[in-house]
Design a protein around this ligand. Sequence first.
Ligand code: PEP
Ligand code: MN
Length: 372
Amino acid sequence: MILILVPDTRLDSPEYKQLLGHLANFSGISTRVHTEVGTEQTLTEIYLIGNTKVLSIEDVNSLPCVDRVVRVSEEYRVLGRHKNDDRPTHFDYNGVRFGQDTLNVFAGLCAVDTIEHVEMMMKALRDQGQVCTRMGAYKPRTSPYSFQGHGKTCLPYVFDVAGKYGIKVIAMEITHESHLEEIRNALYQTGNATGVMLQIGTRNTQNFELLKIVGRQQNFPVLIKRGFGITLDESLNAAEYLASEGNRKVVFGLRGMKTNMGDPHRNFVDFSHVPVVRRLTRMPVCVDPSHSVGTRASSPDGILDVMHVTAQGVIAGANMVLVDFHPAPSKALVDGPQALLMKELPQFLEDIQIAREAYEKRVALTARYREI
Ligand code: PEP
Ligand code: MN
């Protein structure tokens, strides 16, 4: 059960102390307090953990400071979408809103290789009015002999260049807790020129210790990718690890499943799960067309498979697109074969716009038929 307190309730007020006194009388029920400091107000929620079935919503609702009460199912307690749950489905980070009703494109380099490529990418994004990108510095590779990413050495120039071109959020995978500190330091060094959305890759979806560490910090939002060989439920529980430790700024990323059934795509594209994740949870949903498709193949209509699946995700309500671009794919150190070309950026963005408008029309159409 979640008790949502009246906005701006002070934790040192007599009413709040009275509330805690009442809660202490519930036997076999422990509490966990979560405070979210927003730009306009501070919201406090108290989680009651234990046998809450014996409590009546009306009784709990009448306690001091309590604004609303939500009875949660066992699953995805914090991030889940529960009955009568009107808690927000968005968060703001560095001036950018991420929600189940917004759409942000993160086009960029799979892996940072040279400062020149970083600059070409970010300049192209700025020219197209984009404020987000992806830049891999720490790359989890199948072979230990493959390029592992430039790591912390590239961070200062990546952040500086981002600042120069007005990029507000960079999605960047981390594979170890030490990377968090390296990113923090580099941001500080560059005068917080930009912001970072930490990415938990598909190979680390169930790295629970990493999830706990990333979940314990609330500065950076997190994009967690679906595990490529586990169930959706297992991946959503992994996301819940982040939230249960305190970080609710979580985006869930679909990136395809590992099975030969998806051949000739690199992974079996799972974007039909966009509406499912939006229904089960309050997380914005990201699609990664590059790592799911993995090639630059196109169909007889001339449209690249990467663009087709992007449109499929967006027309189903996706809230974020993470996609590989490269100014010279043949020189890319990671995933060149799936990268889109710089000249394809305007087309890609326009194609997304078409799909988004179609999605909005579908929502309006459904609302109209519901009224009949
Ligand atoms: C990536 O986005 O660079 C990446 C490695 O993705 P995934 O973890 O989905 O393979
Ligand atoms: Mn990649």
